[in-house]
Design a protein around this ligand. Structure first.
Ligand code: NDP
Ligand code: MG
Length: 387
């Protein structure tokens, strides 16, 4: 059969680069037709040259778009409109959304409405707008393909198992950069410390989220939507090796897990090729060496961002969007050394406390809640500023 034609939103990022490796390794099955990024037009041009099947490139940032020079035959697009054009290209079969932040939401909904297969890496999409994204997917008869390693693992464990038989979905957490630090030390950790993840090599925002476990909180909220779960069915457990990516418990007590090395090429390849399987671009686990799988419960005192995520999930409505927005502002302030690490959960908690959590009737309500939460978080920043 002919190759699947793929559009990659966020091509220059950590997920994007891994997706490019997967696509390049399987030219008979996957063909890149469109790529998008925020401003890194030089890298986009390089990717377009390496993949001559690319006909459309979108650069979100206007200044960067004006400066961009693409190979002959490539059409250049800009802004949110450009992202949406790429997400709905008539010649595309599959869209992979790997843009950090909320910008990927509207293009992803457009891709669903255009009947594309959608592989989702960007957590914000389901955390903020799970209600609307899942409704659109149902309406258009599309099964979302999760790219995040934990959700992709659950997706694989659920093959042939109806969701009604799920008792519990447990996502594993590595514990991030500070899992073994003294709690007292955390007051003084720097962005550089937080960016040293023991297992995974990822973009900066998500690496900080791994250190606070906000990442796991966002993933639990995502799992709730993807697999149609109640909050009490979603749980996280500490697993330091990052080899087992989930545990799915069924009503009869059986648990399935999914093992693969901690590299995103595995879930990306699964999400792009599903339901087909081809050789992986990296070797899988080496069974000639000893390895073990440790699981232990999570100490919520050490990880208040997990507790806050679970509270936001139970509150429902716009609360997860507010949690996400406040966290983005907090993480950016921490990375810019404007605020200490331990202020992240305190800022997020204040924003959640000062917001009323109604149920959104339409997508615009979520977008408004997101913007309001960002403004509030920004205005509270000075309270936590390092002098
Ligand atoms: P990176 O920071 O490495 O990359 C972000 C990508 O998004 C870049 O290509 C960037 O372009 C692009 N981008 C940012 N803003 C815009 C915009 N407004 N319009 C178009 N493109 C934009 O992030 P990651 O790859 O780490 O993460 C991407 C998403 O995937 C996040 O939502 C993250 O939570 C999720 N994810 C990541 C995992 C990982 O292993 N990294 C694992 C699971 C989920 P430019 O280079 O021009 O700035
Ligand atoms: Mg993950």
């Amino acid at each position: 059969s002919s190759p699947q034609r793929v559009v990659l939103l966020g091509a220059t990022g950590s997920i994007g680069e891994n997706a490019l490796r997967v696509i390049a390794a399987h030219p008979d099955y996957l063909q890149l037709v469109g790529i998008a990024a925020h401003s890194n037009h030089a890298r986009l041009a390089e990717i377009a040259r390496a993949h001559p099947t690319v006909r459309h490139v979108a650069v979100f940032d206007e200044t960067a778009r004006a400066a961009a020079q693409m190979p002959a035959g490539v059409t250049l697009h800009g802004g949110l409109e450009g992202l949406t054009t790429l997400a709905t290209l008539p010649e595309a079969d599959t869209v992979l959304t790997a843009i950090v932040g909320v910008t990927g939401l509207e293009p992803s909904l457009a891709a669903i409405a255009a009947g594309k297969d959608l592989a989702v890496a960007s957590k914000e999409i389901l955390v903020m707008a799970g209600k609307f994204v899942m409704a659109a997917a149902r309406q258009h008869g599309i099964t979302l393909r999760p790219v995040d390693s934990e959700h992709n693992a659950v997706f694989q464990c659920l093959a042939d198992n109806p969701t009604k038989d799920i008792a519990r979905v447990v996502l594993t957490a590595s514990g991030g950069a500070f899992r073994d630090r003294d709690l007292a030390d955390l007051a003084h950790v720097t962005p550089a410390d937080a960016l040293r993840h023991p297992n995974w090599d990822m973009g900066p925002k998500i690496t900080v989220d791994s250190a606070t476990l906000a990442n796991k909180g966002l993933e639990l909220i995502e799992a709730q939507w993807l697999f149609d779960l109640r909050p009490e069915q979603c749980q996280a457990v500490l697993h330091t090796q990052s080899l087992a990516h989930c545990l799915v418990e069924f009503t009869d007590g059986a648990m399935l897990t999914h093992l693969c090395p901690p590299s995103m090429t595995f879930p990306i390849q699964h999400a792009l090729l599903h339901p087909h399987r081809l050789p992986s671009v990296e070797p899988s686990l080496d069974l000639n060496r000893p390895f073990s799988l440790d699981f232990r419960p999570i100490d919520e005192a050490r990880f208040p961002m997990l507790r806050l995520a679970l509270a936001a999930m139970r509150a429902g409505g716009i609360a997860p969007a507010v949690y996400n927005a406040a966290n983005e502002i907090a993480v950016a302030a921490f990375l810019a050394e404007q605020m200490p690490f331990l202020a992240i959960p305190r800022l997020v908690e204040q924003v959640l406390d000062q917001t009323s959590h109604q149920d959104p009737d339409q997508l615009a309500d979520v977008i408004a809640a997101d913007a309001a939460a960002r403004r509030l978080a920004q205005s509270l920043l000075t309270t936590f500023a390092v002098s």
